[in-house]
Design a protein around this ligand. Structure first.
Ligand SMILES: Cc1cc2nc3c(=O)[nH]c(=O)nc-3n(C[C@H](O)[C@H](O)[C@H](O)COP(=O)(O)OP(=O)(O)OC[C@H]3O[C@@H](n4cnc5c(N)ncnc54)[C@H](O)[C@@H]3O)c2cc1C
Length: 467
């Protein structure tokens, strides 16, 4: 087990190059309008126009299937959602390509000529609660200790007979190490930065055994200064997508599938691919007739949906170190706003994005706009003084309340295992197939994981209907 790679992401450094080469080739060669000979005349309904559904649609069309996508929202992209109301592109959902090397998103960005820009997690200014900058030496010392503790926690995990939370593992090790209170605060800040934000939940919810049971691409993380949605627009060109069709019921048998939507429409197909987010499956808002098998229902129950929210503030001018990619705040009060992305470096406008996760992120959703803004400003005033200007505009996310995702991305809580993801991914009967980030064992909670899951499901559908 290993918690983090060098660039701050915890995803493990292991590549399945053959699979990825195939995935990249498929995406490249697959224009929905191309005139490939049809292997089959089968109709497939795809539920959800996020990256998983869209990637699957392209591959299926290439393989001769007739494909229609039903999307509940009035836009495509799902958890990829670019907002341009502040005069620059702000990604309210996914923002980064995590690990640029051999990532299928990198090839897509090249294919669609989309500008991407590296963000450097080490290019960060970190402050304490009196607004004083922490020196590189303090941060380096703290990180060294943090690394040692993580190693100890990993050793502990290997010795356990039953799973515990990452938080509990951390406490057991810290009890032995006894860092100074000042150091412990910085260590906790690292934990939030590197684990809680990545998983969208508090350490006390996360399975210690499975927190690192995923993989990662090598290389740095990159953002899309002009918006992640360009990837979606590029991939979705030419696809048949019906918007504002919220699926309410999926009736399935061994001979076909019928899908009902909230507008009263009814669709029939030879098969259906469901890319519904885990949060939607958990909410039971989509009825399955007959019900999904018990194993599938258990997997849905066992896995959890994390929350990761953003507060985007546009100011009249920049009052923070403009050359830093990130600003960090080691607060005396936990939890608090610990990390800001300096978007002015990428979008040219004076914009900061506060990044929050877990119960803190969720608690912010119940605040009014005024209360939320005041709470972020209290932190920024500690760092930059009382004379800083008020924001001129604010955007906020409330992903846990979003009726089309009920959360940000999936994680494995204590009591669940990676096998639950496999069960979630498995087809049901001969006609129902499943994709989406939560079904990915290798790259869950990411855009590339969702994309590859769509390609995996398309392959399963092809195999099913070719024979
Ligand atoms: C705030 C945030 C930040 C993130 N940051 C990153 C990042 O930087 N990098 C990264 O790699 N990943 C990131 N992620 C994760 C990434 O966005 C997701 O893993 C990925 O986009 C999921 O794609 P998907 O196709 O599985 O699901 P979705 O994109 O959610 O697609 C599912 C689709 O189904 C639709 N749907 C839901 N219910 C119904 C219904 N009843 N009927 C019809 N349609 C329905 C939804 O509207 C949606 O369009 C982030 C996510 C969030 C929320």
């Amino acid at each position: 087990m290993e918690f983090f790679n060098n660039n701050g992401s915890q995803r493990r450094q292991f590549l399945q190059l053959a699979l990825l080469a195939a995935a990249t080739a498929i995406l490249h060669s697959c224009s929905p309008n191309n005139s490939m000979a049809k292997l089959t005349e089968k109709n497939i309904l795809i539920i959800g126009a996020g990256i998983a559904g869209i990637a699957a649609a392209r591959k299926l069309i290439k393989n001769g299937f007739a494909v229609k996508i039903l999307e509940g929202r009035n836009r495509i992209g799902g958890r990829i959602n670019t907002n341009r109301s502040l005069g620059l592109a702000v990604d309210l959902g996914a923002a980064w390509i995590h690990g640029i090397t051999d990532n299928p998103l990198t090839s897509l960005a090249t294919e669609f000529k989309i500008n991407i820009k590296e963000t450097d997690y080490e290019n960060i200014q970190v402050y304490n609660s009196t607004g004083k900058s922490l020196s590189e030496t303090i941060l380096d010392d703290a990180y060294e200790l943090y690394d040692n503790i993580i190693e100890e926690v990993e050793n502990l995990a290997d010795k356990l007979d039953e799973d515990i939370s990452v938080g509990e593992g951390w406490r057991r090790v810290i009890r032995q190490q006894k860092p100074s209170p000042k150091m412990e605060k910085i260590l906790k800040w690292y934990m939030n930065y590197e684990i809680e934000l990545d998983n969208g939940t508090d350490l006390d919810n996360l399975s210690l055994w499975y927190v690192d049971d995923d993989e990662a691409f090598d290389g740095e993380d990159y953002i899309f200064p002009d918006g992640y949605d360009q990837i979606i627009q590029g991939l979705a060109a030419g696809l048949e997508i019906e918007l504002s069709q919220k699926v309410t019921e999926v009736i399935w048998s061994e001979s076909g599938v019928e899908v009902k939507t909230a507008t009263g429409e009814q669709y029939t197909a030879d098969g259906a691919l469901l890319t519904l987010p885990l949060g939607v499956l958990k909410s039971n808002q989509v009825k399955f007739s007959p019900n999904l098998p018990l194993g599938k229902r258990h997997a849905i129950e066992n896995l959890s949906m994390g929350v990761y929210n953003k507060v985007v503030l546009k100011f009249p001018e920049i009052f923070w170190p403009e050359n830093r990619d990130f600003l960090g705040y080691v607060s005396d009060k936990q939890p608090d706003f610990g990390l800001f992305l300096n978007l002015s470096r990428h979008g040219g406008e004076p914009v900061l994005v506060a990044l929050t996760a877990g119960s803190f992120a969720k608690s912010l959703e119940s605040l009014s706009d005024e209360e939320l803004q005041a709470k972020v400003m209290e932190v920024l005033r500690r760092l930059y003084g009382t004379n800083i200007p008020e924001p001129v505009q604010m955007l906020r996310t409330s992903w846990s309340q979003d009726p089309f995702s009920f959360g940000s991305y999936s994680y494995i809580p204590v009591g669940a295992t990676t096998e639950d993801r496999e069960t979630l991914a498995a087809p049901v009967g001969k006609r129902l197939f499943f994709a989406g980030e939560a079904t990915s064992t290798q790259y869950p909670a990411t855009v590339h994981g969702a994309l590859l899951s769509g390609l995996r499901a398309a392959k399963e559908i092809k195999r099913r209907f070719k024979s």
